[in-house]
Write a new protein. Structure first.
Length: 314
């Protein structure tokens, strides 16, 4: 009973205004007739203790409260950062969805998209001797919607964070990691007088001529070169041997910015005409068509991580 009462008195003194701590003995003397002499003596000791150390106790409690408040604020800030980072992650992921949610892009940044269609078509490749071969289902075509509105531009495609870079006239990567391999091709064509042959790249003529009668041997003939074309300018049918270098990219991509008069992808119409016709315009949607060469080992396990540098609403 006594201990409980002293505890209550100590708490009361701690909660009292600071000016009351200056004269705790007077306070206890005033209370003595009501609490008894012995208890008053004990209370006086408690009052002196509180008067001496109460300020430190309250200061410590105040510091503890401040620390707890700061910890709570830090936890709230960390939760806010996690939520923001999660939103950025969602924004830069390319997913496979038949009915994706609407995406909106403001300003310029790195974004993902939704793969809404996948097609395959045969690949026509080139051998070192200039002949071609066909690889069934050697190309995979991905239709990826980036935004449910018109965008200013899609500047770049990144695969695993690596930019595809410059494209050739057909939209294939022409250098860097995705420019594929460069082949040196040798071909021969027999050209009548005045006839021409066109090659896949500007050629170097290795030989031009014909075998003469009897023991006359090889007879050189005249020719001219213009761009990718070689012309037999002699008056004799000639065998023209040429050498040239070609690069076969392993990635192709094209962009469609979602304009009101947007036309269907001419490329998809040419490679998968039964799947993509002139009515597949996707007007009002910003989308890209990404083609992957499946003879490239890195693309054989499914679509790689794809992101895009895009400028949003017009």
């Amino acid at each position: 009973m006594t201990r409980r009462t002293v505890q209550l008195l100590a708490v009361a003194l701690l909660l009292a205004p600071a000016v009351a701590w200056a004269d705790p003995i007077t306070i206890v003397a005033t209370l003595a007739p009501y609490i008894g002499g012995t208890l008053a003596a004990v209370a006086a000791s408690a009052a002196v203790f509180v008067s001496t150390y109460g300020g430190y106790i309250l200061a410590a409690y105040s510091v503890y409260g401040g620390i707890q408040a700061r910890r709570k604020a830090k936890r709230a800030a960390a939760a806010a950062r996690r939520a923001y980072n999660d939103s950025l992650t969602d924004r830069t992921i390319t997913t496979l969805q038949a009915a994706p949610p609407l995406r909106v892009i403001y300003g310029r940044g790195i974004v993902g998209g939704d793969i809404v269609a996948i097609f395959t078509s045969d690949k026509v490749g080139l051998r070192d001797n200039g002949s071609t071969y066909t690889k069934p289902d050697g190309l995979k075509h991905l239709v990826i919607v980036l935004a449910a509105h018109q965008c200013q531009d899609v500047h770049e495609l990144y695969i695993d964070g690596v930019p595809v870079g410059a494209l050739d006239g057909s939209g294939w990567a022409s250098g860097g990691e995705f420019g594929g391999i460069t082949r040196t091709v040798y071909q021969e064509r027999t050209l009548a007088p005045g006839a021409s042959a066109t090659f896949d790249a500007p050629p170097t003529v290795v030989s031009s001529g014909y075998m003469g009668p009897g023991d006359s041997g090889w007879v050189d003939t005249a020719y001219s070169i213009s761009g990718n074309q070689v012309t037999n300018t002699s008056g004799q049918s000639s065998v023209v041997g040429v050498r040239y270098s070609v690069s076969q990219g392993v990635v192709r991509w094209e962009k469609h910015l979602g304009t009101a008069d947007q036309a269907a992808s001419a490329y998809l119409q040419s490679v998968v005409p039964s799947e993509w016709d002139a009515n597949a315009r996707l007007r009002g949607l910003t989308y890209v068509v990404v083609t992957l060469d499946l003879e490239e080992a890195r693309f054989q396990g499914g679509p790689p991580p794809l992101t895009f540098d895009a400028s949003g609403r017009v």
